[in-house]
Write a protein that binds this ligand. Sequence first.
Ligand SMILES: Cc1cc2nc3c(=O)[nH]c(=O)nc-3n(C[C@H](O)[C@H](O)[C@H](O)COP(=O)(O)OP(=O)(O)OC[C@H]3O[C@@H](n4cnc5c(N)ncnc54)[C@H](O)[C@@H]3O)c2cc1C
Length: 510
Amino acid sequence: MSDYEVAIIGFGPVGAVAACQLGQAGVRTLVIDSAETIYDKPRAVALDHEIARILQGLGLSDALAVCAEPFTDSIYFGADGRVIKRLTMLAEPHPQSWLPSMVFMQPTLEAAVREHAKTYPSVTIALGETLTGIAQDADQVRLEIENAEGRRVITAAYVIACDGASSTTRKMLGLPLEDLGFDEPWLVVDVLADPQGLAKLPQTSVQYCEPFRPATFVICTGNHRRWEISLRPGEDAREMEKPENVWRLLSRWIAPADATLWRSAAYRFHALVAREWRQGRVFIAGDAAHQQPPFLGQGLCQGLRDVANLSWKLIRCLRGAAGESLLDTYGPERGGHVRKLTGIIKHIGGLIGERDATRARERDDRLIAEAGGTIAAVPRQELMPALDAGFISANAHPARGTLFPQPWINTASGRQRLDDVAGGGMRLVTAPAAAAPGEALRQAMIAIGGSIITFGTASGLVECDGVIRDWMAKHQASYALVRPDNYVFGTASDAQAALALTREAESLLT
Ligand SMILES: Cc1cc2nc3c(=O)[nH]c(=O)nc-3n(C[C@H](O)[C@H](O)[C@H](O)COP(=O)(O)OP(=O)(O)OC[C@H]3O[C@@H](n4cnc5c(N)ncnc54)[C@H](O)[C@@H]3O)c2cc1C
């Protein structure tokens, strides 16, 4: 028997959430990190409702609520200052019962997730420990780990490498990253603004799509404000990070008397994705598997989607509730999703980053003309792609592979979110007007280790805002089979079709 069922390399935000998800299921897990402490400044500043629901599933709703605020609209100004695009929040009722887009304070949330990971008895956390070697056979993975005292060797049935953009594991395994064609130097500047500074700054987030120097301004939590400013050819990244140069760039908005410079760091914004996400018993996740420009604030979100996707599959395999082939769906599902979303992010980056003044004005004319003269606000979440491969029904219904909604539920103690009332896992959700599932369907759900969630007054599960009712009506469905990571396996319009759908899932699990 291996020392651990799963070893996680890297206790960054992605590794920490993976540790909690495995710990919640009682999986014997080791998580190591070279660093003793978390980085005390935020890199990610935005996350979305899908991630909030993942954190909620771990019991971290309150930890998120204390460090998150609504993401303001993003207004895109063109070469001559005209509004050319506007991204906004989805309207209420919010489909996941969480704010669709949030800004948050990464170190605060990361610290809370780490503390939470410590509460699981099956999770061992080893800080100041660095992976230096990896080898595997058909049964387990052998890891060489170094710490201040020396070197040790441990074994694990599976490994998740969440060791960041320069992943040692990925390099040791020789897993290549594919370049999706984006490579630009940008300067990221964080300030803590004083009241007079806040008054001078824009009251929404802004994309300055200006050919001389494209730039992004984000209203973060509290008095934290961020700029991402593109560097021009010939500008030296290290020089541009220096406070005198940063303040020169910020002088358009504020002066040193208005704010404290918290951090300035030059990055190359890349669009990279792993060709293979699995080698035998080792999986890569988070920045180790992909990197994308931060224009939609999705880098960390993508990493947390990775581990939400992988964790339930590993848990099932370890507990004998699925065959190894389920693990093969991880790479195609996440790789396809990351590629599609990175394409959208690159498109936005291309819009923002046009350096040719003539082409920038043509872009502005085109976008304004396409909008019929008035730029309508587009909800950010409408840009999110669906899963189109892997553990999903063969019936390509439009709802398949999308994120299933989570409504507010009326309960005796006030409104509560669906997952808090009904739980997660594999579940068949039946619409308020659907026929009650018969015995065959009940048995089929038991066979896949799932539950049935029945809406309606008879079951006592009544939603506040009609989110499920409207979703089912939109998709002409009465039943939805939902995966533990909240993605829709498939939908069915009647009980017979729901039975077939459940049996299809069973056949893919064995
Ligand atoms: C400027 C900027 C802005 C961003 N904005 C956003 C945003 O708004 N929204 C968003 O979702 N994302 C954003 N991101 C992306 C986000 O910050 C990253 O995707 C996320 O932090 C990656 O988390 P991770 O856990 O995969 O990797 P990391 O946070 O890099 O963690 C990796 C961990 O692995 C450890 N490690 C490495 N090698 C070893 C080893 N050999 N042995 C043991 N431990 C090891 C490291 O010490 C580290 O703790 C942004 C990124 C940048 C740079």
